[in-house]
Write a protein that binds this ligand. Structure first.
Ligand code: NAD
Ligand code: DAU
Length: 355
């Protein structure tokens, strides 16, 4: 069986749903259910005979020791993290705790358990660490895309905490021989993404005729990948990746934020017209994110060449699927827009952030 940390979050839940649709191998989700973790994301598989959920925190060493001894996984896929850059600017301590201390605790528990395995099981075990392109810092308009050898230069507390965890994973391989794999992926979008991130925030605000807050000039560039393609890349790395290697994952889809927001508006206008007029009228430029990285771009040639992975969705197909999913899941949106969500929106976009 495999253990998936953070499997109640956005990417982890997509990964687990896809896994059970394609494999007979049992999967256990370990997640402490922060504001971003949502059991509702796993509702479609909660009764599946090959699925188990354990509520637990990756900083809890005794819990991890007991879980590993009981379940004897053949792989751990480590998604659990604090993942939102703006929250890391407001309050970095949770990022240090989960992304650094939690990854360290998980690595150590895994190493101690793994060290006692028979040789054949030791060599077939995998620890796959899911990381981000933000560890490489920012690019100018003419810089080449991030490759696996681009030096680390994280700029936000979130990116720094993920970079630290990548270094720990690397060291646990180099020093102890733990069979690790690391993936560094670009911006994901798709079903179950919490509406604090750009695309789902724009969809839910546009549907509610609220302002669409674009940071600064909106010309910052991200490389967008449909979440299902990230999941297929993680599966490819798990099955065919070389231990100790890192693999960049990206969608060959660089776009400026303002263009993404305009596309979301146009597609919503097409599918659910607003009698008050085109949604682009709601676009509002607000104060920029401190230390905002200007451009990310991924050179994904290594995973394409070595593992034969390619994204299945274009942005045109992926964004339509995503918008249709949100239009069909008003109940999910209402559920996640809890009291805690409203407090975050008020703190981030309220009086402190001017248009
Ligand atoms: P998310 O915030 O939606 O989900 C994170 C999950 O981790 C939640 O279910 C949360 O409850 C859980 N979690 C947090 N702290 C925990 C702890 N201490 N113990 C156990 N569980 C805990 O995040 P996401 O967007 O799905 O990202 C998943 C991973 O992928 C992260 O490691 C992130 O850095 C990485 N990543 C994300 C993107 C993206 O665009 N979203 C891109 C590249 C890489
Ligand atoms: O690149 C991978 C990373 O992508 C992941 O590691 C992170 O977990 C994930 O959150 C994401 O980080 P970003 O900061 O790029 O994503 P976010 O959706 O927060 O913002 C995307 C861009 O849109 C960014 O340039 C900031 C801008 N933005 C965001 C929000 C929430 C706005 O202009 N307005 C907004 O309200």
């Amino acid at each position: 069986m495999i253990i998936v940390t953070g499997g109640a979050g956005f990417i982890g839940s997509n990964f687990v749903i896809d896994w059970l649709a394609q494999s007979d191998e049992p999967v256990l989700v370990l997640d402490c259910l922060t504001y971003a973790g949502n059991l509702g994301n796993l509702r479609s598989i909660e009764a599946h005979p090959n699925f188990e959920f354990v509520r637990g925190d990756i900083t809890d060493r005794p819990m991890l020791d007991a879980l590993l001894a009981r379940t004897q996984p053949r792989a751990i896929i480590h998604f659990a993290a604090e993942s939102h850059v703006d929250r890391s600017i407001h309050g970095p301590s949770a990022f240090i705790r989960t992304n650094i201390e939690g990854s360290f605790t998980l690595l150590e528990a895994t190493r101690v358990w793994w060290s006692a395995l028979p040789e054949t099981r030791k060599s077939s075990f995998r620890f796959l660490h899911v990381s981000t392109d933000e560890v490489y810092g920012t690019l100018s308009a003419t810089d080449p895309a991030f490759s696996e050898t681009t030096p680390y230069a994280p700029n936000s507390p979130y990116a720094a905490s993920k970079a630290a965890s990548d270094h720990l994973v690397r060291a646990w391989h180099h020093t102890y021989g733990l069979p690790v794999l690391t993936t560094n992926c670009s911006n994901n979008y798709g079903p179950f993404q919490f509406p604090e991130k750009l695309i789902p925030l724009m969809i839910v605000n546009a549907l509610a005729a609220k302002p669409l807050p674009v940071y600064g000039d909106g010309r910052q560039i991200r490389d967008w990948l449909y979440v299902g393609d990230h999941c297929s890349a993680v599966r490819a790395v798990l099955e065919r990746g070389r231990c100790g290697e890192t693999y960049n994952i990206g969608g060959h889809n660089e776009q400026a934020n303002i263009d993404i927001v305009r596309t979301v508006c146009e597609l919503l206008d097409e599918r659910r017209p607003d009698p008050a007029g085109p949604r682009a009228r709601l676009i509002t430029h607000v104060t920029d994110r401190p230390g905002h990285d200007r451009r990310y771009a991924i050179d994904a040639r290594k995973i394409e060449r070595e593992l034969g992975w390619h994204p299945a969705e274009t942005f045109a197909t992926g964004i339509r699927r995503t918008i249709d999913w949100y239009l069909g899941h008003a109940d999910w949106i209402a559920d996640v827009q809890s009291g805690a969500y409203r407090e975050w929106i008020a703190a981030q976009y309220g009086q402190g952030r001017s248009a």
